[in-house]
Design a protein around this ligand. Structure first.
Ligand SMILES: Nc1nc2c(ncn2[C@@H]2O[C@H](COP(=O)(O)OP(=O)(O)OP(=O)(O)O)[C@@H](O)[C@H]2O)c(=O)[nH]1
Length: 242
């Protein structure tokens, strides 16, 4: 018969197993200045940072979620948009990634045109893996109906998202709408949408939750920097405590 000590320690391991959750690596990419750092702050901590600097290499932020009773964790990789700060890192970014957020600035059409090269980079580095992809137009708080020509048309963004198998959102890291907004834009009466940041977080979480097995991860987080491991981790090691 088990001693009470053994019994309580096996109960302890059962409860620690139950409190473990899957961690998913979510890559955030897009041109410099589109708001990746601000958006990842908003997605993880619900705040807009008071001061930001260009990202060098990568920064990490985390967001724990409860999706239909399962705890999962999104590990957001806020990557550098500037080529000189990212070129030696690209392979690490894509290693064992579970989802990608492609970000552009709705007030900067060049950042939307630039998506073509971000998609190409993802294609070249994803080794043919079909992972969930999301397109997010940021800075919707700066939309100005009188300057339509200088802004990214939402219909165009939606069709880009469709063509590349992405789920589309538009929001603002600075001033996100409290609820999803469908509004008229311009005199053609076009509908445009603005999304809650939480809707993006839960859409990503829900898609990833359906993925039964997290992919093997070789990168581990250590206080905002990461260490690349040579050895493949076993699946068991990927379960971390939320
Ligand atoms: N109005 C407005 N400004 C924003 C928003 N998001 C970011 N910004 C501003 O855009 C600028 C660039 O933001 P970052 O988050 O540093 O951009 P990034 O894409 O991370 O840039 P890199 O690190 O160079 O790749 C900053 O001045 C932010 O304050 C937004 O939703 N609305």
């Amino acid at each position: 018969m088990e001693s009470s000590l053994e019994f309580s320690s096996s109960l302890g391991s059962v409860s620690s197993l139950l409190s473990r959750c899957r961690t998913f690596k979510v890559l955030v990419i897009g041109d410099s200045g589109v708001g990746k750092t601000c958006l990842t702050h908003r997605l993880s901590a619900g705040q807009f940072p008071s001061r930001v600097e260009a990202t060098i290499g990568v920064d990490f932020r985390e967001r724990a979620l409860d999706i239909d009773g399962e705890k999962i964790k999104l590990q957001l990789w806020d990557t550098a948009g500037q080529e000189r700060f990212r070129k030696s890192m690209v392979q690490h970014y894509y290693r064992n990634v579970h989802a990608v957020l492609f970000i552009y600035d709705v007030t900067c059409p060049a950042s939307f045109s630039g998506l073509v090269s971000w998609v190409e980079e993802w294609r070249q580095n994803s080794l043919g893996q079909e992972i969930p992809r999301f397109l997010v137009g940021n800075k919707s708080d700066l939309r100005d109906p009188s300057r339509k020509e200088q802004q990214v048309n939402q219909e165009q963004a939606l069709s880009f998202a469709k063509a590349h198998g992405m789920t589309f959102f538009e929001t603002s890291a600075k001033n996100p709408p409290a609820k999803r907004v469908n509004a008229q834009q311009g005199n053609r009466g076009l509908l445009y949408q603005q999304d809650k940041v939480e809707d993006i977080v839960f859409a990503v979480g829900a898609k990833l939750k359906r993925q039964k097995k997290p992919l093997a991860a070789n990168g581990s987080m250590y206080n905002g920097s990461f260490k690349v491991q040579n050895k493949k981790k076993t699946e068991k090691e990927l379960w971390t405590c939320c």
